[in-house]
Write a protein that binds this ligand. Sequence first.
Ligand SMILES: Nc1nc2c(ncn2[C@@H]2O[C@H](COP(=O)(O)OP(=O)(O)O)[C@@H](O)[C@H]2O)c(=O)[nH]1
Ligand SMILES: [Mg+2]
Length: 293
Amino acid sequence: MKSGFVCLVGSPNVGKSTIVNTLVRKKVSIVSDKPQTTRHRINVILNLPDAQVVFVDTPGLHKPFHKLGKYLVKIAINSLEGNDLLLFVISAEGIRKSDKIVANRIESIDVPFIGVVNKCDLKREQTIKEIENMFTSMKGCVDVQRLSAIKKTGIEELTDKILNYLPESLAYYPKEALTDRPLTFMVSEIVREKIYEFTSQELPYSSAVMIDHMEETDKLMKIWATILVERDSQKPIIIGKGGKMIKKIGTLAREDVERLVDKHVFLSLHVKVKSRWTENDKTLNELFEGEIE
Ligand SMILES: Nc1nc2c(ncn2[C@@H]2O[C@H](COP(=O)(O)OP(=O)(O)O)[C@@H](O)[C@H]2O)c(=O)[nH]1
Ligand SMILES: [Mg+2]
């Protein structure tokens, strides 16, 4: 049996979380078109007949512009070492300055990596070749792979290549496990994904979701959660006209949670203003408990 940890690294928005979901064929890590959607490290588990691959999805590495951003970069950096393999992901849209910063990080540690060019459906042959050349010239590069996580091309080839670099080892998690995270975490992430989807500008970055209480019976799961925002003016946006927005967020989040837990879900959301929580160490420590050294 082969088993090991494979960490996805790259700039924000290159498609890391989408790749993880495609690799395990289930939506576990949240995705949006806005950078810095992934705030936490999450282990997403692929169980194969003779192997267990633990994918570590991280927030992207980027230049932090507020305290929350600094926490995200710390989580991404802390996640690099101690893996059996890295997947260094760059988008076929082109090499950005932040990709070069990531490259330096990767070369400074002693873990092999597969260079992944994602979004190849955009068909930028010249750029794709440039990215592949950059990968193969780097220290630690063991292979390259072209991918479209959206169109699901290159996924099987990538899985096979990954298995080549995993050590013989017993499984780290039970066979039926999909993630290392508790359900409370998954639910708050799903609600956050809907906020990212339906609100714009600074609102996604000003909000966080905390689970207040959960009750479970055989047929029903009841969840009460609070959406934190930073300013009074943001509360009516999340609630929407006549409560329309919060209803939409709640309904779609409930449906996703139902798919995840396979039972009926009751989800109650309420909104609370907590001024400048993105700069507040106490709140940040609570949100990122166990993820920051
Ligand atoms: N065209 C295209 N878009 C993609 C692909 N993979 C991801 N995306 C989009 O890129 C955006 C960022 O994806 P996400 O997985 O959240 O990126 P992350 O920040 O690196 O985790 C989303 O809008 C995705 O739908 C792909 O293969 N092709
Ligand atoms: Mg992500």
